[in-house]
Design a protein around this ligand. Structure first.
Ligand code: AMP
Length: 178
């Protein structure tokens, strides 16, 4: 969906940091995107075009999922719901544990912010093993909503994260694939 020109600009901007935070990880640093407001705007426009008319709310995954997720939700004129690491949100919360590419974690969302029957976009900056996104999707389903779409700036295809997401029968869109 993204133009070849947008993909080129993103490839030139996102930095690959080998062996961070541990040996063997190719860390994709998206922070240079925020030095270029026009590029940021074009990324948002592309992600908004993917979701326009298809979702009732956006769930963003802490913390880099917020950097684009809120702007997507505002442009779509739909609610934005925070999915956070355990212990950050006040009760009542719903929790889900998952494995990361490095380590493991628990994520939570405030109960009641996702409404039953809503069509949800789950957005994060990067799809690696898919563990985080899968846990986010389970949180959404626990609340009686439907996961209709997943979007990412980057999908690391070798890690086969999409395999974990197939069962949700949702559209999956990474702008870039490595
Ligand atoms: P996963 O649960 O394995 O799909 O991991 C996805 C989450 O971990 C995302 O929120 C990313 O921000 C972060 N992450 C995992 N691998 C990388 C990587 N190689 N570069 C940058 N961020 C990563």
């Amino acid at each position: 969906m993204a133009s070849a020109e947008l993909i080129t600009r993103l490839n030139e901007t996102i930095e690959n940091i080998p062996d961070f935070p541990i040996p063997g990880i190719q860390f994709k640093d998206i922070s240079p995107i925020f030095l270029d407001p026009k590029l940021y705007e074009d990324v948002i426009d592309d992600l908004v075009a993917f979701s326009k008319g298809k979702v009732d709310a956006v769930c963003g995954v802490e913390s880099r999922g917020y950097l684009f997720g809120i702007a997507i939700a505002v442009a779509l004129e739909v609610p934005f719901i925070l999915i956070r690491k355990a212990g950050k949100l006040p009760p009542p919360v719903i929790s889900e544990s998952y494995d990361l590419e490095y380590g493991s974690a628990v994520i939570e969302t405030r109960e009641g912010q996702v409404k039953p029957g809503q069509r949800i976009l789950i957005h994060d900056d990067l799809l690696a093993t898919g563990g985080t996104t899968e846990a986010a999707a389970k949180l959404v389903e626990k609340q009686g909503a439907v996961v209709s779409q997943f979007s990412f700036l980057i999908g690391l295809t070798e890690l086969k994260g999409e395999e974990k997401l197939k069962k949700f029968n949702a559209e999956i869109y990474p702008i870039l694939e490595y």
